[in-house]
Write a protein that binds this ligand. Structure first.
Ligand code: PBG
Length: 328
């Protein structure tokens, strides 16, 4: 047969395949989420997320040390707040000495060069587990009132030393208000990574276990779908990202990642801004669970899942696999 174009020619050996490979995952692309808990000498495994733990600050610093020597330079810190510190308005979020602020300062003191991302949303601090303030009837998350608190929360985190403020709350207008407050406070170098297209996803389950905010996921009278995006929507993601960029975000995000590769591609094509994707807890857990059953190859599936997110167009990936990836 005379077949002039044979794509298989470029697949014949590993060296050739690598030469023509279009997408790569690098350690430098990855942001490791880390969970912090009060205490000393604590390392608590998270049952639904094999290989992931909640660390007390002393152990967190050791974990960051290990990850830095593995080549990971970016971290997103999430506090598991003690129940006694939670209230209806999430007031602990504004405490300059709260767990996550202490964690940021401790890591910053040892590792001045690392990139620290801090989430802005009230869910780790509210008794009801929602990302914002509720109205009196408890059947709606108030937008503008919440934004006012989030602005103070963002300033608190930036003053503690966060390089990136990452609003994950999905309130309208919050990026503009946070940007304005950062500028007014002279915090002109603090970046904003907006969770722009954050979907009301069922894939966050294990995370809510890790930070102890599970309650909101099941509040029958008030669903996170009243602020997080409908998984059925594509065009709306463009609107959300456009607003966040106009309001002063430095980078935008799609979350979850794997089930939303089309959205990653849409935002990649619509905007020039750096694009992040969050491979969330449930995406991590499902690969591990299948591997534990002997149904999937953990390493190959983990790598393929990350590669697919890069291929879709993400510049950076928040992933619980960063630790594993950088040890390979
Ligand atoms: C909090 C927040 C969530 C995640 C990141 N920030 C959970 C939620 O919205 O309930 C999920 C991350 C994950 O599942 O890995 N606003």
């Amino acid at each position: 047969m005379n077949i002039p174009i044979r794509p298989r020619r470029l697949r014949k050996g590993a060296a050739t395949r690598e030469l023509v490979q279009e997408t790569w995952v690098r350690r430098e692309d990855l942001i490791q989420p880390l969970f912090v808990i009060d205490g000393e000498g604590v390392e608590q495994t998270v049952g639904s997320m094999p290989g992931v733990s909640r660390y007390s600050i002393d152990n967190l610093v050791k974990k960051v040390d290990a990850l830095v020597s593995q080549g990971i330079g970016s971290f997103a810190l999430f506090p598991n707040t003690e129940a006694s510190l939670k209230d209806a308005t999430g007031s602990e979020a504004l405490n300059a000495d709260n767990l996550v602020c202490r964690a940021i300062r401790a890591v910053r003191a040892e590792f001045p060069e690392v990139n620290l991302f801090a989430d802005v949303a009230l869910d780790p601090y509210t008794t009801h587990g929602h990302d914002g303030l509720l109205n009196e009837a408890g059947n709606t998350v108030l937008n503008d009132e919440t934004v006012e608190v989030l602005v103070d929360m963002a300033l608190n985190l930036a003053h503690a030393g966060a390089d990136w403020i990452a609003p994950s709350d999905m309130m309208d207008g919050r990026v503009a208000m946070i940007r304005e407050a950062l500028e007014s406070a002279g915090l002109t170098e603090t970046c904003i990574l907006a969770y722009s297209a954050k979907y009301a996803s069922a894939f966050y389950g294990p995370f809510r276990d890790a930070v102890g905010s599970a309650k909101a996921a099941g509040t029958p009278s008030l669903d996170k779908a009243t602020y997080q995006m409908n998984p059925a929507n594509r065009r709306e993601a463009i609107l959300e990202a456009q607003l966040d960029l106009e309001e002063g975000a430095d980078a935008i995000m799609v979350k979850p990642a794997g089930p939303y590769l089309d959205i990653i591609r849409d935002l990649r094509e619509a905007f020039n801004a750096p694009l992040a994707a969050y491979q969330v807890s449930g995406e991590y857990a499902q690969i591990h669970a299948a591997a534990q059953n002997g149904w999937l190859d953990l390493e190959k599936c983990a790598l393929e899942s990350l590669l697919a997110i890069k291929r879709a167009g993400a510049d950076m990936i928040l992933t619980y696999f960063a630790d594993w990836f950088s040890k390979r």
